[in-house]
Ligand binder design. Structure first.
Ligand code: CU
Length: 332
């Protein structure tokens, strides 16, 4: 059978038009995506294996990734009342460390660290655990604090005792010399005040009794938030990753990682599932408690939602913490 040349030419022209059309659509969505959240369907995400770069990093670390670090929150003590908006976090790291020690390498700005989560806000990284970490601008009221050890690529250790959680209360948050906080804990008016910190509220029980002015301590300003009505003995999903901005090769693939307390997933012999939804698209499930990596992100802002659900697909209620949505930014 012979195909007429004119028909072949027609087919080729159609293909060229089709491809050209697709391409320009993609470019369009790319440019608009920077200002608004990416609409579902604009990107095709696929789950990929753990990146070779991380596999290599694990090998280079020897048996450190088999460590079983445990954390104990020394301060704030469980159910403590803290006066003032600066909350000092002190941790005891123990367990089978196999060389695991939080520390930021000044050259690479990377290293093992602790993920510190106030209420259900994005975590902050805590590197030098030999000295306290300051949670600054903490709003008055009830709070939860969650901590767990993490690797340089932000994957958490998931052994027993790694995760710790306390509840505490802040009374009279804000700087006494300036009405920066309202009782509802609105945004602190003057974050520039924080680094000065000349008149630190009296902390008599402070182990750091040096007379010299306190050096710049590790710490972070926290956005106003309060604790959910969380029961630490009930199933709890703690969102960890992704967060913030992803650039260049760090943006592909992107890891989803979380902590699970009092809950076993279906693939681990339990009944729960973790449901994730990107940009409001089709929901997918994670049935084993391991990080996953997703490839194919397009530039712009993305909404990542992680939920702990039961067999019926219903979110397990626990103070609202079991359904968390974070916005991340991808700039490849
Ligand atoms: Cu991290």
């Amino acid at each position: 059978m012979r195909i007429p040349t004119s028909f072949l030419v027609f087919v080729i022209i159609c293909l060229v038009l089709l491809l050209g059309g697709c391409q320009s659509t993609n470019e369009n969505t790319n440019t608009t995506a920077t200002s608004t959240a990416t609409p579902p369907g604009a990107q095709e995400l696929t789950q990929v294996p753990r990146p070779a770069k991380i596999e290599q990093a694990m090998k280079d670390r020897g048996d450190q990734d088999q460590a079983k670090p445990t954390l104990k929150i020394v301060s704030p003590a469980a159910n403590a009342t803290v006066g003032g908006s600066t909350v000092e976090l002190k941790l005891d790291l123990g367990g089978d460390l196999k060389g695991y020690m939080p520390h930021k390498d000044p050259a690479t700005q990377k290293g093992n660290h602790i993920h510190v989560i106030l209420d259900n806000e994005p975590y902050e990284a805590y590197y030098e655990i030999g000295q306290p970490f300051e949670l600054r601008n903490v709003a008055a009221g009830k709070h939860t604090l969650r901590v767990f050890p993490s690797r340089p690529w932000h994957e958490s250790f998931k052994n027993d005792g790694a995760f710790q959680m306390v509840e505490f209360t802040v009374k009279g948050g804000g700087d006494a010399s300036k009405p920066t906080t309202t009782k509802d804990g609105q945004k602190m008016a003057d974050p520039a005040k924080s680094p000065g910190k000349t008149a630190e509220p009296a902390k008599t029980a402070n182990a750091n009794s040096n007379t010299s002015p306190t050096p710049a301590r590790e710490g972070k300003d926290f956005a106003p938030s309060n604790s959910g009505d969380v029961d630490p003995t009930k199933p709890l999903l703690t969102y960890s990753r992704p967060k913030g901005e992803y650039k260049g090769e760090d943006a592909d693939p992107i890891m989803i990682d979380f902590w699970l307390s009092n809950a076993k997933l279906q693939g681990d012999g339990g009944t729960f599932r973790v449901r994730y939804t990107i940009d409001g698209g089709e929901a997918k499930f994670i049935d084993k408690w391991d990080p996953i990596w997703l490839s194919g992100w397009i530039n712009g802002k993305h909404q990542v939602k992680l939920e702990l659900v039961d067999q019926a697909g219903k979110v397990v209620d626990n103070g609202g913490y079991n359904s968390t949505t974070r916005e991340i930014t991808v700039a490849r």
